[in-house]
Design a protein around this ligand. Structure first.
Ligand code: KG4
Ligand code: ZN
Length: 340
């Protein structure tokens, strides 16, 4: 187990985040969100996001170092790790450039980390036992993937969405229902007081075990509201969320069967969803396998997961090149060829 003192930096979308992780211990994790900047636009505005990262990055890093008990002028780090993709190019540039500058100024190495791989590390951040092989359902605003994980940093993508990501479906439906951005937490909260059987929304691609499709679901919600304009928003949310979680849970458990997994984990922003967490926990209990759920704060974008993934990457492959460029469309690649 590495005992490296790592500063993680995450700026792939609309959160400026910094964290200090030592070995497996999160010493600090600070997130400066931009909700009030993007809220009135109903989604993230890339140019505003990168400017806000520029404004927030220095203070966010300073607070993360101070909360970890380090001196911000001479923090004594072993490594700086920043997200290099996927994400918004202008946002990625801010964090990665900061990491390069900090590494030069402090004389420590840096690594550019795959944001999606970092999400896979979230379930390892709180000291829970790790049982492999593990199926990780990675569900965020931009991605929905089922990943077979054989050990830290060793994985294969089993399948992904063929259109919208699960989080995107939450955000689009929430926007349509006038619930603001991001939609996931709003739908999650309202669904608690609604009837999940009030409306029957489609469960797509039942015949393709590891692939997902959510684009038809939003259309179906729109059609339903057109037909029943007085429908309760809570019932719509609960029924929509039931359709999404049905598909996510069933396909995850199919993946468990396929690879004889010993544990299941959730990662990505949608992993904060209460119904998804409860239902997956229940199914895993029925199957007698471990269900590793990171705290919601480590499921959504954060820099602790970037630090953890960065430490692993550095120990295996060394530092990244000075001229590493951000890669907005970086993928979660198969097997062992996924690092710089
Ligand atoms: O991983 P994340 O913070 O950012 C990236 O996309 O990388 O995920 C954000 C997504 C958004 O689509 C948001 O609506 C969704 O995660 N989300 C949720 C919940 N909290 C966040 N979706 C459903 N239920 C939630 N409680
Ligand atoms: Zn993310």
């Amino acid at each position: 187990m590495s005992e490296l003192v790592v500063l993680g930096i995450e700026t792939s979308c609309d959160d400026t985040a910094a964290a200090v992780v030592v070995g497996d211990e999160v010493r600090s994790s600070v997130i400066a969100g931009q909700l009030e900047i993007h809220d009135r636009f109903g989604g993230v505005v890339p140019e505003l996001a990168s400017r806000a990262h520029v404004d927030a990055i220095v203070a966010t890093v300073r607070v993360a170092l101070e909360r970890a008990g380090l001196d911000p002028t001479r923090p004594g780090l072993d490594l700086v790790a920043a997200t290099s993709g996927p994400g918004l190019i202008g946002s990625l540039l801010v964090g990665l450039s900061f990491a390069k500058a900090a590494s030069a100024a402090w004389g420590v190495p840096y690594v550019g980390v795959n944001h999606l791989e970092a999400h896979l590390f979230a379930p390892t951040l709180e000291g829970a036992a790790e049982h492999y092989p593990r199926v990780v359902l990675l569900v965020s605003g931009g991605h929905t993937e089922l990943v077979a994980v054989r050990g830290r940093g060793e994985y294969d993508v089993l399948g992904a969405t063929i259109d919208d990501a699960a989080g995107e479906a939450f955000d689009k439906v929430a926007r349509y229902l006038g619930l603001g951005y991001p939609g996931g937490p709003a739908i999650d909260a309202l669904a608690a007081s609604g009837d999940p059987t009030a409306f029957r929304f489609p469960r797509a691609l039942r015949d393709r075990p590891f692939e997902f499709s959510f684009s038809g679901l939003k259309t179906s919600v729109v059609r339903t509201v057109e037909k029943y304009p007085d429908a309760s928003t809570a019932d719509l949310c609960a029924s929509f969320q039931r359709a999404v979680t049905d598909v996510l849970v069933d396909k995850t458990m199919a993946a468990v069967d396929a690879i004889s997994a010993r544990s299941v984990a959730l990662a990505g922003g949608v992993a904060a969803n209460r119904e998804l967490r409860e239902r997956l926990t229940a199914r895993c209990a029925e199957e007698g396998i471990d269900c590793a759920l990171a705290s919601p704060a480590f499921c959504t974008d954060n820099a602790a997961m970037v630090a953890a993934a960065g430490a692993y990457q550095f120990l295996r492959d060394g530092a990244s090149h000075r001229d590493l460029a951000p890669d907005p469309s970086r993928q979660l690649l198969r097997a062992t060829s996924h690092l710089e």
